[in-house]
Every structure is written in structure tokens, then in C-alpha cells.
Ligand binder design. Structure first.
Ligand SMILES: Cc1cc2nc3c(=O)[nH]c(=O)nc-3n(C[C@H](O)[C@H](O)[C@H](O)COP(=O)(O)O)c2cc1C
Length: 181
């Protein structure tokens, strides 16, 4: 049976508050597999064939990470560079990801208003996520609304729990949609 693959990317998970909590809120879900890239590849030596095999099997992709420098932690970039090859993910040859949904689940350290043309960062988060959206589209994937948590450092423990439950519901819906009508 197909499953939702959560690619979890955090270089310092013990210091993580938000992403660790979201991961823990979904890791027991049936039909959801959490794949921790930094745990699997602390030395950055990625097993490309193994990664491609799991991506082939997955029915939907959730890419979960904190926003670092308007992008992602370094290992996620390395993973795309090595694993999402032409002839596997795009271009002539295999298009192993085509038709699969992509949900980016990201957290920021800023207030929502900071991601605004007149705010601190000048650009909306939608604009910041464009390289990921472009990647999804190039590979024929379905870009879905991202799951965004702003002010990940400042939110209360109670709110973190609520966000975890919302994340769980979002992934359950993604998983249930894989079963079809
Ligand atoms: C190296 C680094 C770069 C960061 N860059 C950004 C950024 O560009 N925009 C932003 O809003 N927050 C930025 N942050 C804040 C993180 O996004 C925030 O600490 C994280 O989402 C909190 O999640 P966690 O509790 O799972 O670590 C950065 C943090 C670090 C350590």
C-alpha cells in the first residue's frame, strides 16, 4: 500500500522545539513514514539508490524543515542535488515522482508580518518557497498549500501541541486521499 513519506530535515533535533514536536505528532500514524535525513546521513554520504527506491514507492511527499537563510538546511539541498536526477525525477526517462502531491511543512523564526513586501524580509513566504514549488512542478508533482508555522521559537507549548494536532490531521487527509474514492 502506498504511503506518505515525510522527509524530516533538522540538523540539531535535540535543540528543536517545533519540528521535533510536529514529527512526534505524526510518527505513529499508519500509512505515514518519517525519514530523518540527518539521522540517516550524519556524514552527508547519501545512498542515492536507496533514496530513489523509497521515493518510487511513496504516494505523497512531505518535506519538513525549518527555514534557514530563506531556504532549507544544507543536507536537504544535497539530497535534491544527488537523488533527484535527470532520468529519475525529470526529463526523458523515468519520472518517478510525477502525479504525487508535495507538501512543504516549514517553520520560521519570524512573525507572519515579517514575510510581507513592507515587512522585515520583504518577500512573502510563498515567494521564498518558489524554488521548491518549481522543483515540484518540473517533476510533474502537485504542489499543495504549504503547512507553515511562523514564530516557531516564540509560540507557547500549548500552541505547539495544537499545531501538532493540525499537522496530524493534514497528514491523515493526505494519506486518505491516496486510497482514492
Ligand atoms: C542557520 C539558521 C538560519 C535561519 N534562517 C531563518 C530565516 O531565513 N528566516 C526565518 O524566519 N527564520 C530563520 N531561522 C529561524 C528558524 O527558522 C527557527 O529557529 C526554526 O524554524 C525553529 O524550529 P525548531 O524549533 O524546530 O528548531 C534560522 C535559524 C538558523 C539556526
Amino acid at each position: 500500500m502506498s504511503f506518505v513519506l515525510v522527509v524530516f530535515v533538522h540538523p540539531a533535533v535535540r535543540r528543536s522545539r517545533l519540528n521535533r514536536s510536529l514529527r512526534d505528532a505524526v510518527r505513529d500514524l499508519e500509512g505515514v513514514r518519517v525519514h530523518d535525513l540527518y539521522e540517516t546521513y550524519p556524514d552527508f554520504f547519501i545512498d542515492v539508490a536507496a533514496e530513489q527506491a523509497v521515493l518510487r514507492e511513496a504516494g505523497a511527499l512531505v518535506v519538513q524543515h525549518p527555514i534557514y537563510w530563506y531556504s532549507c538546511p544544507a543536507l536537504l539541498k544535497e539530497w535534491f542535488d544527488l537523488v533527484w536526477q535527470q532520468g529519475f525525477a525529470f526529463g526523458p526517462g523515468e519520472r518517478a515522482l510525477a502525479g504525487k502531491p508535495w507538501v512543504s511543512a516549514v517553520s520560521t523564526g519570524s512573525q507572519p508580518g515579517a514575510y510581507h513586501p513592507e515587512g522585515l524580509h520583504r518577500f512573502t513566504l510563498e515567494e521564498i518557497l518558489r524554488p521548491f514549488e518549481a522543483t515540484a512542478r518540473l517533476c510533474g508533482m502537485t504542489w499543495q498549500d504549504p503547512f507553515v508555522t511562523h514564530d516557531a521559537v516564540g509560540v507557547s507549548a500549548e500552541v505547539v501541541r495544537e499545531i501538532g494536532q493540525a499537522y496530524r490531521r493534514r497528514l491523515e487527509a493526505l494519506r486518505d486521499a491516496l486510497k482514492g474514492p
